[in-house]
Design a protein around this ligand. Structure first.
Ligand code: ADP
Length: 478
């Protein structure tokens, strides 16, 4: 038997899987939590060294499980997060600034309207602290060690994929993939290269950034257990889930329900320009051909359930939310908008704060928990409606994955709200699976796994509750 090891460097944990090349088998081997650091209320960091060491641990466990017979290693990762390190030692100069971090929101908001328009036209992104460019600028402007390294020609900056590949290849390969590059806000999605005008706007020299590779390339080689193994199939997490879910046709879409909620809609070789708050992004580039996607990024989704569990103590496990939600007929007027770190698509309001409203003396924790789950479905409905309008393509169904797609109440409620079937694969790990499939492609091998979908078919929906929720969202924007 020979195997592919898949690595998924997520926001709060890293995991590894092994995929059997001969029989299409798939199993998660190791998951390791990575601690988040909050130096200020809306700043989010992680130790870059911890991210690497956790990844390495997950990798070696998978290597042992595969008994050393490994043909390739794939990598998918949280996007936009920035790591800066020393080209000589490979050691980070500063903590990784996580995609959720809002420290540069004032800077982003201060950019003139025409500049924001120019950035959107070139990158497909709505200017926001979420993306890498303002985070890199922050590091150069505010961290003396980073500035000194820049002067000394020793500074390397990249998204998490580029740091992991750099470390795994012993510093031989300073590369990133095109999907991660498309989230830096420095990459022109029309010319498929870093944009000189944007680099100078943010004061970022091209030389400190990694070279950009197509997804189906070999990104480098790593030495493990006396073997030299190719790292191939590197792709950002949301794009990887799209690929993993076989959304390869124009007009196919997936929603990932994790920390945040991300809807990606394959637009083929077309860049859909909209002013509706959706992003245009690169879905993948394989066989030399680029495919684009429309993306709706909602920063907080599963975090609402975490909040009820960890901050309010209403539930002890995320899974409990399903039975509680089913124990009542409706949220009884309770609306939950989990805008803990501002609102992403389609609003892009950094200063928005979360709310729970519509409470009465009859409200119970079951209503509040149900409202948190309903909020995920409403957010997806809002994006779904805009995507269909902007693309002029009717979606016949959507695929779902991510931690909260385990929740059958949520999946049924989602199908009702969208009025199309929601298809959920038995293997919820679409994200890492996408990169494994990409790795197979890079190595000229075929994927042998089966899709095995459960389908939730729509029942009549209550539009009233959705409109009430949309009104509640407006109240979050001060
Ligand atoms: P990420 O990869 O973004 O870290 P995951 O895909 O692992 O996230 O999903 C974890 C999120 O899903 C958490 O925010 C958690 O609250 C939520 N979640 C997990 N299981 C359930 C469930 N059964 N019902 C509702 N939410 C869930």
């Amino acid at each position: 038997m020979s195997y592919i090891i898949g690595l998924d460097v997520g926001t709060t944990s890293v995991r590894s899987c092994v995929y059997g090349v001969d029989d299409g088998s798939f199993s998660i081997v190791r998951q390791k939590a990575v601690e988040q650091i909050y130096p200020h209320p809306d700043w989010v960091e992680e130790e870059a060294e911890e991210i690497y060491l956790s990844t390495y641990m997950c990798l070696t466990d998978a290597f042992d499980k595969a008994d050393g017979d490994v043909l390739g290693i794939s990598l998918t990762n949280m996007r936009e997060t920035v790591v800066c390190w020393d080209s000589v030692t490979g050691k980070p100069f500063y903590n990784a600034i996580i995609w959720q971090c809002r420290r540069t929101k004032d800077y982003c908001e201060s950019l003139p309207k025409e500049t924001k328009k120019l950035i959107y036209e070139k990158t497909g992104l709505v200017v926001d602290a979420y993306f890498s460019a303002s985070k890199i600028k922050y590091l150069i402007d505010n961290v003396p060690k980073v500035k000194e390294a820049l002067m000394a020609g020793r500074l390397r900056v990249g998204t998490v994929d580029s740091y992991i590949v750099y470390r795994l290849t012993g510093g031989r390969n300073f590369v990133t993939d095109i999907t991660n590059a498309s989230r830096t806000m420095l990459f022109n999605i029309h010319t498929l290269s870093y944009d000189e005008e944007l680099l100078s706007l943010f004061g970022i020299p091209r030389g400190i950034l990694p070279e950009v590779y197509d997804n189906d390339k070999i990104f480098g080689y790593t030495d493990l257990g006396g073997k030299t193994i190719p790292i191939a199939g590197v792709i950002g997490d949301q794009q990887s889930a799209l690929f993993g879910q076989n959304c390869l046709e124009q007009g196919s879409a997936k929603v990932t329900y994790g920390t945040g909620l991300f809807m990606l809609f394959n637009t083929g070789d077309k860049i859909c320009s909209t002013d509706s708050g959706l992003l245009s992004t690169i879905a993948y580039k394989v066989d030399g051909k680029v495919t684009y996607a429309l993306e709706g990024s909602v920063f907080n989704a599963g975090t609402a359930i975490q909040f009820l569990r960890d901050n309010l103590g209403m539930i002890t496990t995320a899974a409990e939310s399903e039975a509680l939600a089913r124990s009542v007929d409706s949220a009884d007027g309770v609306c939950f908008v989990p805008a803990f770190t501002g609102l992403g698509a389609p609003y892009w309001k950094s200063d928005a704060k979360g709310l729970i409203c519509g409470l009465t003396r009859g409200s119970t924790k079951a209503h509040v928990v149900r409202a948190a789950l309903e909020a995920m479905a409403y957010a997806a409905r809002e994006l779904f409606d805009i995507m269909q309008k902007e693309s002029d393509i009717a979606l016949d169904f959507v695929k779902a994955d991510g931690g909260a797609s385990e929740n059958k109440f949520l999946m049924q409620f989602q199908s009702d709200q969208l009025q199309v079937p929601v298809k959920v694969p038995a293997n919820k790990e679409a994200t890492v699976l996408g990169s494994v499939k990409m790795c197979l492609k890079a190595l000229g091998l075929n994927y042998k796994g089966e899709e095995n979908l459960s389908t939730f078919t729509p029942e009549p929906r209550d539009d009233e509750v959705y409109y009430r929720w949309l009104n509640a969202v407006k109240r979050c924007i001060f």
